[in-house]
Each structure stands twice: as C-alpha cells, then as structure tokens.
Design a protein. Sequence first.
Length: 93
Amino acid sequence: MSHRHLYLVSYDIANTKRLYRVHKTIKEYAVGGQNSCYECWMTHAEINTLEQHLRELMDAHEDRIHIFQLDPRMNTELIGRAQPARTDIFMLV
C-alpha cells in the first residue's frame, strides 16, 4: 500500500495559457487551497508524475513552481476566509 504525504504546491506562471494548464493539472490532486497555492495528498508516484507533467507545461525561464512536503502532524493556522483542507477519504480509479 502506498502512503500519501501532504504537499503544498504553489506557482507563478507568466503566460495565461500556461497558467490555465498548470492550474487545471494541480487542481486534479488538490484537497484544499486557493488561487495559486494548493494542498495535495499524494503518493510518491503521484508527486513524481505531477512534477514531470508540470515541467512539460511550464517555461523554466519565465515561470516558477514550488513543491513543499508538509508535516501533517502540524497544526494549521486559519485566518480570514481560510478553510481547512478536505481530508475526506477518496480513491483514484
């Protein structure tokens, strides 16, 4: 059984067309987040697949994408309209 880890994926994409594609790709894995910063529960295989796909979509000279592995035991501070990430059980088929 593959274990899932919590990642924070954020991006700054210079071109509107690339921005849409990167956003759509990351949202497929997201369980929470906003605008250009998303929380994703992923296996090592999924993060590797996502990273490879994002490298194909982005322009390394104009865009930037950050992927941080988070410690799920840490408490999250929510301020303003922020909402906790969905942690519902889900299955990819």
